[in-house]
Design a protein around this ligand. Structure first.
Ligand code: AMP
Ligand code: MG
Length: 273
């Protein structure tokens, strides 16, 4: 079975996150999932080498999800074998004054991947129709126009040679509670504690409604969403590694040939005219 397709949001379909099980594992065994994650991560490393060398196309991976859904650990594990030279990660925080003085896509566009690169967005343009909507940071007639603007923006990137993978990390409210609790009890995780995360959590239904709209309105033919079950970390990592590997395999980047006749190069090397 192709797990990438299993969790894909078909463009035009109606989405209610309540109907998507965050604890789904498709009956898979943990050891098997971890073995296949490692295989996929290795394959991603090899494919990234070719993407970098080919230097004509790029990959953008957008990760969205509630606090503690596992966005950071996804980056660490799925990209564990890639050469850091060809990968950049951008975490979008609350916009600065300078960013707020521009249109909402300004800061995003500056971070899109250059040819040959993989770029990961840890949060993204979608915050501007999620937290911004739930917290009423701009009026409805402003945020409601953003779905179409985002779709057009992504289309522009795709036309320019960027492939976009969009992943919603679907964590349950209960599992999020456990993970936020760990930040209080485990000294190694204390640094991740933010009182604001507990406030955000109180608005869970409003966030789910905002996510339903994102997943429904912005799953397009050129950049579809995936809804990945996230309560079991090993299953989440396996599924995401499978999606990224499959996408890179379809891109099938080619190593460019030598740009010079070998004999001419040898003469240059030895300084003979
Ligand atoms: P973290 O991902 O834990 O580092 O938190 C980043 C915080 O920045 C989250 O609470 C996001 O909701 C917030 N954030 C990101 N983008 C925006 C935005 N466009 N407007 C308001 N808050 C944002
Ligand atoms: Mg946080």
């Amino acid at each position: 079975m192709d797990v990438s397709k299993r969790f894909l949001v078909k463009p035009g379909s109606k989405i209610k996150l309540g109907e998507w099980d965050p604890g789904e594992t498709l009956g898979m065994d943990r050891a098997e999932a971890e073995r296949r994650l490692d295989e996929n991560a290795e394959a991603i490393g090899r494919l990234q080498y070719r993407l970098y060398a080919e230097h004509t196309r790029s990959l953008l991976i957008i990760l969205q999800g509630m606090d503690a859904a596992g966005k950071d650990s996804t980056v660490r594990h799925v990209l564990r074998y890639v050469n850091p030279q060809g990968v950049l990660v951008t975490s979008f925080k609350k916009p600065t004054d300078n960013e707020l003085a521009h249109d909402f896509l300004w800061r995003i566009h500056r971070q899109t991947p250059r040819k040959g690169h993989i770029r990961v967005f840890n949060r993204s343009q979608y915050e501007d129709v999620l937290v911004v909507r739930v917290e009423s940071l701009v009026p409805e007639d402003v945020w409601s126009k953003r779905y179409d603007l985002i779709n057009a923006f992504e289309k522009n990137l795709v036309e320019g040679g960027t492939t976009i993978i969009k992943i919603y990390l679907n964590i349950s409210e209960q599992r999020q509670r456990e993970k936020l609790m760990r930040r209080l009890t485990d000294p190694d995780r204390a640094w991740k504690f933010e009182a604001a995360d507990f406030e955000t959590r109180k608005k869970w239904p409003a966030y789910m409604k905002a996510y339903d709209d994102v997943l429904e309105k912005c799953s397009t033919e050129h950049a579809a969403w995936h809804i990945v079950p996230t309560d079991k970390k090993w299953f989440r990592l396996f599924v995401i590694s499978q999606i990224v590997r499959g996408t890179l395999e379809r891109l099938n980047p080619r190593l460019p040939p030598l740009k010079i006749e070998p004999e001419a190069a040898m003469r240059l090397l030895d300084g003979i005219d």
